[in-house]
Structures are given as structure tokens and as C-alpha cells.
Design a protein around this ligand. Structure first.
Ligand code: SAH
Length: 242
């Protein structure tokens, strides 16, 4: 059968990949992905064929993966974290009608919201939402609307793509929008390079987040009105009286 697996490999550390993902990669003839992620796993799979494309060449990468599977090579397309969260699962399924013989299977991975939350404490203990600050594929006014709605709903918020060199002020703008409705002392945190050697984290307030400089390897967490800083851990109340 012509088979394409879309595999979430987790945040980076080998032991944070699921057993299922590992088995699929071991069984694949070809591994495709963004150069940086493929480099993370390349040395574990020395005898595979690798196809990589740099950032922003996503559709080309999806087409390459589907073509490889269509050529009867069992293919795995890897994505960081989970492939269904700002990953390649959606675009591949949208493109699949051009490759009707290819059977596509999605293998879940630990997304940055989950691995980052575990490092900070328990910030996503109650209802939460995930918002990407990248306006490459989503207009900025839509992102602003979602931020305001999240604040109005008192959701804990996890921000992906908080900043890039081209967009240095998106995090500050997001914090300013949240401050229209939220307490400036709301507990926030960020985690950088989850699952890599040099993981860093920090807790701070929403007001302080306005001035904070983070990069694209960082995931940012904003508490709800029940989130506290408990001895350096970010903890959102579950609702129990303790
Ligand atoms: N599919 C990925 C998300 C890709 S979007 C997932 O499920 O995790 C890219 C954004 O994800 C980054 O800008 C950052 O906010 C977050 N991210 C991905 N990997 C990360 C890591 N190892 N450490 C911190 N943040 C990460």
C-alpha cells in the first residue's frame, strides 16, 4: 500500500517521542521534514533516505512527501510537537485528493503547550486556548479578535509563534490587548527550547510581558484570574478548595 505517515515528534528530546512515532520512523523508507527537525532525529536513523526543505517551503515539502509515498516508498513526514497543531497534517490532507492512492495516517505528538506547561507547573489546569501570533497565514485583526475573546472568557492562554525577527512587537501588542480586560498582575510564564539541552523558563506578570524579549523557540503562557505563582510554579486553580 502507498503509505504516508504524518508524525509529531514532540518538542525535541528523544524520550519525548511516543513509541508509536518511533515505530513508524523505524519502519519508514523515507523521512521528510523541515531541515531543523530532521536534523534532530537524523543520527538515530542513519540508513533512511531524507528529504528536507527549509522554512516557508511547506507546500513543496507536503508535495514531496505525497509523491514519495505515491512512488511506493513508505514515507514519514515529521513535524515538531504535534502535526495537527500548526503543522503539516492539514495541508497534506487538503492536497491528498491529488494523490488518491496514498493512504495518509496521522501519528500524534506532544505539542509545545503540553510539554511547556509541565515545565512551568500546571498553567493549563482548567479551560484554555491556544493562539498563534504569526500573521503569515492569519490576518492580524483576526488574531486580535481571538485574544480579546480569550480574555473575555477568562481562559488561560498559550501563545505559539510569539515573536520573530521580522515581527519583534507582536508579543507586546498581544499583551496590550489582553490588558484591556485583564489584571496587569496576571501570572504569566514562558519556556524556551523545550526538550533540548538549554531549556530556559521564566515567570512574570502580564504587565512585564509587554517588555519581554522572546524568540520563535519560545512558548508563552498567560494565566487566568485563578492562576498563582506558587513557589515559582505557575498553577491555575482547578476549582477545588484546598
Ligand atoms: N507543531 C508544533 C508547533 C509549531 S508552531 C507543536 O505542536 O508544538 C512553532 C511554535 O511552536 C514556536 O514558535 C513555539 O512557540 C512553539 N514551539 C515548538 N517547539 C518548541 C520547543 N521545543 N520549545 C518551545 N517552544 C516550541
Amino acid at each position: 500500500m502507498k503509505k504516508l505517515y504524518i508524525v509529531g515528534i514532540g518538542p525535541g528530546a528523544e524520550n519525548m517521542m511516543t513509541m508509536e512515532a518511533r515505530c513508524v520512523l523505524e519502519a519508514a523508507d523515507v523521512i521528510c521534514g523541515y531541515t531543523v527537525y530532521v536534523d534532530l532525529i537524523k543520527k538515530q536513523y542513519p540508513d533512511k533516505e531524507f528529504f528536507t526543505t527549509p522554512m516557508r517551503r511547506e507546500l513543496e515539502r507536503c508535495r514531496m512527501a505525497l509523491t514519495s509515498a505515491n512512488d511506493d516508498k513508505t514515507t514519514a513526514m515529521v513535524c515538531s510537537g504535534d502535526a495537527g497543531i500548526y503543522g503539516m497534517a492539514g495541508p497534506i490532507l487538503e492536497m491528498q485528493e491529488q494523490f488518491p492512492e496514498v493512504d495518509v495516517e496521522i501519528v500524534p505528538g506532544i505539542t509545545a503547550a503540553i510539554s511547556g506547561a509541565a515545565i512551568l507547573g500546571a498553567p493549563l489546569m482548567n479551560d484554555f486556548c491556544v493562539i498563534s501570533l504569526s500573521d503569515q497565514l492569519t490576518p492580524w485583526d483576526v488574531i486580535e479578535r481571538r485574544l480579546r475573546a480569550a480574555a473575555a472568557g477568562d481562559f488561560a492562554i498559550c501563545l505559539y509563534n510569539p515573536m520573530s525577527r521580522k515581527r519583534p512587537d507582536h508579543l507586546a501588542q498581544a499583551a496590550r490587548i489582553l490588558l484591556e480586560q485583564m489584571n496587569p498582575l496576571t501570572v504569566c510564564g514562558w519556556v524556551r527550547n523545550i526538550g533540548r539541552e538549554d531549556t530556559e523558563k521564566k515567570l512574570l506578570t502580564l504587565e512585564e510581558l509587554m517588555e519581554e524579549k522572546v524568540d520563535m523557540f519560545t512558548t508563552v503562557f498567560i494565566g487566568n484570574s485563578h492562576t498563582r505563582n506558587l513557589f515559582g510554579r505557575m498553577v491555575t486553580g482547578r476549582g477545588y478548595e484546598i
